[in-house]
Design a protein around this ligand. Sequence first.
Ligand code: HEC
Length: 136
Amino acid sequence: MDKILVVLIFFASNLLANDVITQRQDSMQNFNKLMREATQLLKSGEVQSLNDIYGEIEIIMNEYPNLFPDESFKGKTKASSDIIDNRDAFNQIASETEQWASLAKIAAKNNDIEQVQQHHQSLFSSCKSCHSRFRN
Ligand code: HEC
């Protein structure tokens, strides 16, 4: 009986870990898609409709660091296990990215194209800072 329980718990925790991996990969796909939409809107000068997009990015980055529990670095993930030992640095990049999204949102509300473009660039540079350090 005990053995069965141990095996069941093992499978259940594996399933949960896989689930969180899928969730964070979906978040990234979504982030990528939102950035492409924002780039298009910026090109066509529709700055005000960017509010919602940057708002969604803000939410994604706010939740993102919660999707990396210690047991979620095996299997179909490309996340580096360095995250486990460097949570502060990882959370810092996520938090900066969230702040850029927030600033871009405010600039879009103010119809300040130059500022939006600057923060949009900062958002793009965040991909590389995080991936080069924390993605295999
Ligand atoms: C705070 C860190 C961080 C930031 C910022 C970040 N990424 Fe990622 N990204 C990751 C990690 C970690 C993975 C690997 C996740 C995994 O496989 O478990 C990843 C994976 C991805 C993937 C692959 C998703 C999949 O289906 O496997 C894409 C696409 C992606 N990122 C796009 C972007 C883009 C575009 C940006 C910037 C606009 C960005 N990311 C910013 C950490 C980040």
